[in-house]
Design a protein around this ligand. Structure first.
Ligand code: UN1
Length: 495
């Protein structure tokens, strides 16, 4: 019998009001049914928001350290349950166990960081321009947040949103991705077991069109935190813009690793293999372009093909597998569509370029590690996000051209430069247009205590991760205290 998951509203499991459910299956093995989940709608969102709204006054009145203690206890339990969470995540998302353990670890790190940060929700004290008067800034919670999550990091990304959002004193309704709902169920169960009061976090399962849209349009929701596609992000920005609500967006990427001729090529090779084929290329930070200086282009391309063709693809639960399936058939069709586009555009397909089928592969959505050589910057496979194991390799004549090509997409999330020349490395850090830059390290692998996000169409200027996440989920209040006993008029009496 498949497990029947329920929404989690006001601390209780509840079915969708419509009674509708959907199945979630393992993308590596469609015979493996993870469970059935509620297909919720606007009425379920309304219930969840009402619960979050009712829980808000008490939750916000707790000292932030008391909230932080709950985050710490939650995190200790995540540590205990790390292995089973990773296994569930591999079953529902497809990425290999090593990576789902890493994803869970990212949630753990974010949780411990939140516990510490609950003691550091600092403001600023400034001298007043008048005598016998002081002024300072304090951080305030905002209300009920809507948290909308993608499927590629089923624990880490919900944790980036939940921990700072709740630590700041807000309550929330979270919509997990429809393709990876089980991990968040476990997260919510643990939060409750760690002492989170009912209604502070509510989970509503269902589609973006129904649940996401209802959250977005709910007048009692004060802000939306969204990670996903540019298209949906733009829509969220429009609605929240019109309603004057806060929204924080983490959108697409077309990340490049730029290798100069003086680089350690073995190191660059390890970096690009991990960046391009880790998570089957389904990270917003994935290395989708490799830009190589002409002098080492042929050599590096050959090294990549040699190694990538040997990557073991399969069910991520097998510890020897190096790359799992794509998350869904739709995703596989999208990836394959881009491969066809690349071929038509005249790029040279040097590896893969098709679904991996036959035997056990027929049970899942597998795709061969794929490499295109001789890609030019104007091709769609050099500009658009693919979200799959497809690497576009571009030859450039020198450093200046490489930087120009690197910056020539609409996105700007994560970039890497490989060189032993410190001057070049520093110049690249200065010139690269992206929110994250790595020197001699791949484009994936951001650390949870540092700001995470991008420039241009990758987002709207907010940074999740680190202390900056706490700026997203809180409002500033400026306080003036006059202890002069008389009326003092700023701008008039301060001569
Ligand atoms: C994402 O793909 O949306 O930096 C997040 C990384 C991970 C997070 C990726 N720590 O690759």
């Amino acid at each position: 019998m498949a497990k029947e998951y329920q929404n989690f509203i006001n601390g209780k499991p509840v079915p969708a009001r419509s009674g509708k459910r959907y199945e979630n299956r393992n993308p590596a093995d469609r015979d493996d049914l993870i469970g059935t989940f509620p297909s919720s709608g606007a009425e379920d969102v309304a219930d969840a928001v009402a619960a979050a709204k009712a829980a808000y006054p008490e939750w916000r009145s707790l000292p932030s350290q008391a909230r932080g203690d709950i985050m710490r206890r939650t995190t200790e339990m995540l540590v205990e349950h790390k292995e089973e969470i990773a296994r569930t995540m591999t079953r529902e998302m497809g990425k290999i166990l090593k990576e789902t353990r890493g994803d869970t670890q990212e949630g753990i790190d974010t949780g411990f960081y939140a516990a510490g940060e609950s003691r550091r929700l600092w403001g600023t004290v400034a001298p007043s321009e008048l005598r016998n008067k002081m002024t300072y800034v304090t951080r305030q919670p905002m209300g009920v947040w809507g948290l909308i999550c993608p499927w590629n990091f089923p624990m880490a990304i919900p944790s980036w949103k939940i921990f700072p959002c709740l630590t700041c004193g807000n309550t929330a309704v979270i919509k997990p991705a429809t393709l990876t709902p089980a991990t968040v169920a476990e997260f919510a169960r643990i939060l409750q077991a760690a002492g989170l009061p009912d209604g502070v976090l509510n989970v509503v399962y269902g589609s973006g069109a129904k649940v996401g849209e209802a959250l977005l349009n709910c007048p009692d929701v004060c802000g939306i935190s969204f990670t996903g596609s540019c298209e949906v992000g733009r829509h969220i920005a429009e609605v929240t813009g019109k309603e004057l609500k806060r929204c924080s967006l983490e959108l697409g990427g077309k990340n490049a690793q730029f290798v100069l001729s003086d680089a350690d090529l073995d190191l660059a090779l390890e970096g690009v293999l991990w960046g391009a084929f880790g998570t089957t290329g389904q990270r917003c930070t994935a290395t989708s372009r490799l830009i190589v200086e002409a002098g080492v282009y042929d050599k590096l391309l050959e090294m990549i093909v040699e190694r990538a063709r040997k990557l073991k693809v399969g069910n991520g639960l097998d510890e020897t597998v190096e790359m799992g399936p794509l998350v869904s058939d739709t995703q596989r069709n999208t990836v394959n569509g881009y491969v066809e586009i690349g071929k038509k555009e005249g790029a040279r397909l040097v590896l893969g370029g098709e679904a991996l089928t036959g035997g056990a592969y027929d049970k899942g959505f597998f795709y061969k590690p794929t490499v295109f050589g001789d890609v030019t910057p104007d091709m769609r496979i050099a500009k658009e996000e693919i979200f799959g194991p497809v690497l576009s390799v571009i030859k450039v004549k020198d450093f200046e051209e490489g930087i120009r090509v690197l910056n020539s997409t609409r996105y700007g999330l994560s970039s890497a430069i490989y060189t032993k020349n410190v001057d070049r490395a520093m110049k690249a850090v200065e010139l690269i247009e992206s929110g994250i830059v790595y020197v001699n390290a791949p484009t994936i692998g951001a650390e949870c205590h540092m700001p995470f996000g991008g420039v241009k169409d990758t987002g709207n200027g907010h940074r999740e991760g680190g202390w900056t996440a706490y700026e997203i989920f809180s409002e500033l209040k400026t306080v003036y205290i006059d202890y002069s006993g008389g009326l003092q008029r700023a701008q008039i009496d301060n001569a």
